[in-house]
Structure formats: structure tokens, C-alpha cells
Write a protein that binds this ligand. Structure first.
Ligand SMILES: NC(=O)c1ccc[n+]([C@@H]2O[C@H](COP(=O)([O-])OP(=O)(O)OC[C@H]3O[C@@H](n4cnc5c(N)ncnc54)[C@H](OP(=O)(O)O)[C@@H]3O)[C@@H](O)[C@H]2O)c1
Length: 254
């Protein structure tokens, strides 16, 4: 089985394939939805805000792909399971998962509000586990797939004051590596993308496009589609392509 999986073959053609995208209502998740739709994938869009998902769904359909909207809080396993089941009911398969749902404001351990600390870690880390666990049986049944975790530089180097966000993203990176070891023999590749600073609602008021954020002079604030281009490239990597790897768009040593 392994030699067959590791043999060279064509790239992972996304036409007639199905991608589940969390955090798809805006920002990086929205850009990933449009990127994968532009190369022919049908898209399952999920986040908590239905109006945002409907707007992105219309954009996906304008690109000629089908869109399925399933609102869900990824912190809840049952909701993630429902996303996977509805995806398979409607489209019959799941080939790609992009895990972009996430949040996190600066907070030190000393000053953190415990419930908020737990919420951030539950959303970013447990949410990544929840949606992966829900989707994986269907991906295995489809004969392979691609999972892309949206990580963060804060998960790889310490910037004071990002205790919950940094810890959760470090956990996401470890989850990515562990999962890649567990599922490569099923033809499923799992990788992480580090965006570097990007202008989205998450960073509203903190960064300006094209400029360096405070304290990170070598960085350049990007637009979401720049991250989505890397996600699209990874999603289309050939069988036997990279897995368990971290791909960074940052401009600082991590
Ligand atoms: N922007 C940056 O500079 C940057 C840098 C590095 C990494 N990242 C990572 O990139 C990812 C996307 O962030 P973004 O910048 O695009 O932020 P964003 O514009 O705020 O988008 C976040 C998305 O996650 C969804 N979400 C939040 N809580 C959720 C929950 N409990 N369940 C399901 N969905 C939820 C949001 O929708 P609802 O609120 O409607 O649920 C939204 O669709 C995050 O994982 C973030 O950590 C961002």
C-alpha cells in the first residue's frame, strides 16, 4: 500500500471534489473558499454567522461551484459531526478540510480571564480536533484527502501577551504533525500554513495593509487571498506530496 501511495502521479485535481472550510464567513477562510472554488471544488462553508456564509456561498456559486452552508460552532463536537454528515449527504464525499476558524486577543497568564482563556483554546485547538475527527472517516472512505490547518507564528515563537492564542496554535501545530503520521497511509496529507499578519476582522484596528505591524518591522500585512493561494497550492499537491510540514508566509524568523 505504501509504495502505491508514494508513487508519482498527477496533482490532486479539485474539480468534482469537495472541500469543507471552517471560519469560511470572512477573512482567510472566505478567501480559501473562493480559491478552491476557482479550481472547481464544491465548498461546504461553516462558521457561526449564517448571513456571512450566505454571502460567501453566493460568491462560490458565481465561480461555478456548488456551496453548502452549515452553520456550526467548532467548539462543539456534535455540531462538527453534523457538518460532516450534511456534506456527505449532499455531495457524497469530503476530500479537503481547511481549518481556519479561530480567534484570540492578547492576554498574559497573570491577567487572563480564565473563562476567556479556555474559550480561545477550545475554539482554536479543540475545534481543530473536532472538525478533523468528524471529517476523517469520510476522507478515508473517499480514498485520501488534504487537511490544512491555519496556524500562527505565535504558535512557534513567543511574543509576550499571547498566552492563550500562542498555546492553542502551538497545540494545533502538534496536532497537525501527529495527525499526519496517523493518516498518511490512507492517502491523507496534513499540513500547516502560517499566514503572518493579514488584514481581517481579527486584526481590525491593529494593522494596515502593506505596512509593518507594531513590533514586527520586517513583516508586511497581507490580504487574505495571499494566504489562500498557498492553501490552494497545498490542497492540489500530488499524491506523495508534503505532509506533516509547516509552510510559512511570515517575514520574521520563527
Ligand atoms: N489575520 C491574521 O493576521 C492571522 C495571522 C495568523 C493566523 N491567523 C489565523 O487565521 C484564521 C482565520 O482568521 P482571520 O484573520 O480570517 O479572522 P476572522 O476574519 O475573524 O475570521 C474568523 C472566522 O472564524 C469563525 N469563527 C470564530 N469563532 C468560531 C466558532 N466558535 N466556531 C466556528 N467558527 C468560528 C468566524 O465566524 P463566526 O464568528 O461567525 O463564527 C470567522 O468566519 C484563524 O485561525 C487565525 O488564528 C490569522
Amino acid at each position: 500500500m505504501a509504495s502505491q501511495i508514494l508513487s508519482n502521479s498527477d496533482e490532486f485535481d479539485l474539480s468534482k471534489r469537495v472541500a469543507v472550510i471552517t471560519g469560511a464567513g470572512r477573512g482567510i477562510g472566505r478567501a480559501c473558499a473562493l480559491q478552491l472554488a476557482s479550481v472547481g471544488a464544491d465548498i461546504v462553508l461553516t462558521s457561526r454567522t449564517t448571513t456571512e456564509l450566505e454571502a460567501v456561498g453566493a460568491e462560490v456559486e458565481a465561480l461555478g461551484s456548488k456551496a453548502l452552508i452549515v452553520p456550526c460552532d467548532v467548539s462543539e463536537y456534535g455540531a462538527c459531526d453534523e457538518v460532516a454528515r450534511k456534506a456527505v449527504d449532499v455531495f457524497g464525499r469530503i476530500d479537503v478540510l481547511v481549518n481556519s476558524a479561530g480567534t484570540g486577543a492578547p492576554c498574559t497568564v497573570v491577567d487572563a480571564e480564565p473563562a476567556e482563556w479556555t474559550r480561545v483554546v477550545t475554539l482554536n485547538l479543540v475545534g481543530a480536533f473536532n472538525i478533523s475527527h468528524a471529517v476523517l472517516p469520510h476522507m478515508i472512505e473517499a480514498g485520501g484527502g488534504r487537511i490544512i490547518m491555519i496556524g500562527s507564528g505565535h504558535g512557534h515563537s513567543v511574543t509576550g501577551g499571547f498566552s492563550a492564542y500562542g498555546a492553542s496554535k502551538a497545540g494545533v501545530s502538534h496536532l497537525m504533525k501527529t495527525l499526519s503520521e496517523e493518516v498518511w497511509a490512507h492517502g491523507i496529507d496534513v499540513n500547516e500554513v502560517i499566514p503572518g499578519p493579514v488584514a481581517t476582522k481579527l486584526t481590525e484596528g491593529l494593522v494596515a495593509v502593506g505596512e509593518a505591524p507594531a513590533g514586527l518591522p520586517s513583516e508586511r500585512v497581507k490580504l487574505p487571498h495571499e494566504v489562500a493561494e498557498l492553501v490552494g497550492w497545498l490542497a492540489q499537491q500530488r499524491i506523495g506530496g508534503p505532509t506533516g510540514q509547516i509552510f510559512s508566509l511570515a517575514r520574521r524568523a520563527l
